[in-house]
Design a protein around this ligand. Structure first.
Ligand code: ATP
Length: 494
């Protein structure tokens, strides 16, 4: 239709030009008109793109993802299901005069399964599912975002109606993009978009179709109070990084339908992947399958998972070739980390590796015995010593240091700051912000010097261990935790 209108307009202009009417000013006015129409959300760019995106949603019926497809997150799933029961049992709620929920806010780190939760919520409540990201509402032009919010809610109702459902779930990812705190003279466009969203949420039930909003953010602290107050997103559910049991559950879900060797121990992989999100765990299983395929193995084995964990943690293996001298130094450095780690925290070394990956020329992968959320001073000091042990080993073996320990120092300094901030140092309980840079740096240096001397003493005592292990590591290039412990035990008993 737009093209025929354009044709008529063009014909008219040519006719006027033929009559001798000056058409240039008219062309300018028409151009400005088209630009306004184009960017206002009704025109091609904003309007039909939005429609095209949502045409996809038109076909979207009820997502197939169910709560049973989500690993771990038991508390979050339970809370979400309880909230959805309110939505489902509306009659019962009305009898008690309970206000219907308008929105649920899922908060948590990236990749923990917030989108999966929203999809499962739609499945659970037999609702059509539409999704949008906060950044899709952001435009330079005032009114476009608000218009898109309106279209999204209309779309939700129309889709539900077409599919004969009386519920729709709208999932808005990255809600912080439009819902961040307003400070003074904020961008008017953001205000209008947020206001439109709040208005739509207030008039939640139109034409007997309930539209329920689930939003997600990694930055709840940034959100405007207007969004988080009761009556808006009144339920906040945190979707955290999974614990060991949760990680094992997620891994098993992703291992289903894949040829996994019977010796693969899911609990061991779960133990070695402390701090991994659901998305990282999904990636571990996928990478392991790729390694298995590359090596033409008929099933996915332990070694493929070990490589996959390293890849997700450290990045892709690189072809950087190193001189034998550098390789030896890296081996001594890594053996230092592994030795001190095993002496201070037995059974925690998972791999000692001498092949370059990401930025590292070699690395030691540790896994804690249990997931820890609280740390004592002694535990943090041990961590600092493990960080410093690479340099200590170089110093004991070569009598000098190299540049390879920058990351170790950064981690050690961060741990010292945590100790200071949590009142675990001789400074006592203090407000870190009141410390001068000089005071802070003196205290960090004092802790580091003390722990470095202890690490040197510990490393010196095992000088012969380096001599005995160096060649094995240079030849094997990778020792798993058990191989490393065997070598260490041989040295300790001799
Ligand atoms: P973001 O905050 O970055 O948008 P998110 O929290 O919404 O991330 P999802 O998009 O739901 O995370 O998860 C990404 C992928 O990670 C999923 O498609 C799935 O493969 C995997 N995943 C994440 N969490 C889980 C889980 N709890 N169980 C199973 N798979 C998971």
């Amino acid at each position: 239709m737009y093209f025929s209108l354009l044709g008529v307009g063009l014909g008219l202009l040519l006719f006027l030009a033929y009559l001798g009417v000056p058409i240039l000013p008219m062309l300018v006015i028409v151009g400005i008109g088209i630009a306004i129409w184009y960017f206002s959300g009704t025109g091609t760019k904003a309007g039909s793109l939005w429609k095209k995106e949502n045409a996809k949603d038109q076909r979207n019926t009820i997502p197939r993802i169910q709560f049973t497809d989500i690993g771990g997150q038991e508390r979050a799933k339970k809370e979400l299901m309880e909230a959805l029961d309110f939505l489902i049992q509306q009659d019962k709620m009305q009898a008690y005069g309970i206000q219907p929920l308008k929105g649920i806010l899922l908060t948590g780190p990236p990749g923990t399964g917030k989108t999966l939760m929203a999809k499962a919520a739609a499945h659970y409540s037999d609702a059509v599912f539409l999704t949008a990201s906060g950044s899709e509402f952001v435009e330079m032009y005032v009114g476009v975002g608000a218009n898109r919010v309106r279209q999204l809610f209309t779309q939700a109702r129309n889709t539900a109606k077409k599919q004969k459902k009386n519920r729709a779930v709208i999932f808005i990812d990255e809600i912080d993009v439009i819902g961040a705190k307003r400070e003074g003279s904020q961008h008017k466009e953001y205000d209008q978009t947020l206001n439109q969203l709040l208005t739509e949420m207030d008039g939640i039930k139109k034409n007997d179709i309930a539209v329920f909003v689930i939003a997600a953010t990694n930055r709840k602290d940034l959100l405007d109070a207007a969004l988080t107050r009761p009556g808006r997103f009144d339920r906040h559910i945190s979707v955290d990084l999974p614990d060991k049991e949760g990680r094992a559950h997620i891994l098993s879900l992703h291992m289903k339908k894949r040829p996994i060797h019977e010796n693969v121990n899911v609990n061991k992989i779960a133990q070695e992947t402390y701090g991994f999100s659901g998305a990282s765990l999904a990636s571990v299983v996928n990478e392991a399958a790729i390694y298995a395929m590359r090596s033409e193995s008929k099933d996915i084995r332990d070694q493929h998972f070990a490589q996959a964990v390293d890849k997700v943690l450290m990045g892709e293996q690189t072809d950087r070739s190193t001189s034998l001298e550098d390789k030896k130094r890296v081996a001594i450095h890594e053996l230092g980390h592994a030795l001190v780690a095993e002496l201070l925290e037995p059974n925690t070394v998972a791999q000692v590796v001498l092949t370059p990956r990401g930025q590292a020329l070699g690395y030691v992968r540790h896994h804690p015995k249990d997931d820890r959320y609280l740390h004592t001073k002694e535990q943090l000091e041990k961590q600092v010593m493990i960080c410093l042990a690479g340099t200590a080993a170089e110093e004991v073996w070569y009598d000098n240091r190299s540049t390879g320990a920058k990351n170790d120092y950064e981690q050690a300094i961060q741990l010292c700051k945590t100790m200071i901030d949590t009142g675990l140092t001789s400074l006592g309980i203090i407000d870190m912000t009141l410390l001068s840079t000089d005071q802070l740096s003196k205290e960090v240096s004092r802790i580091l010097d003390k722990l470095y001397q202890q690490t040197i003493q510990m490393t010196k005592k095992h000088h012969s261990f380096f001599r005995d292990c160096l060649n094995t590591l240079l030849v094997e290039e990778r020792l798993d935790g058990d191989q490393f412990r065997k070598l260490l035990m041989q040295q300790l008993v001799s």
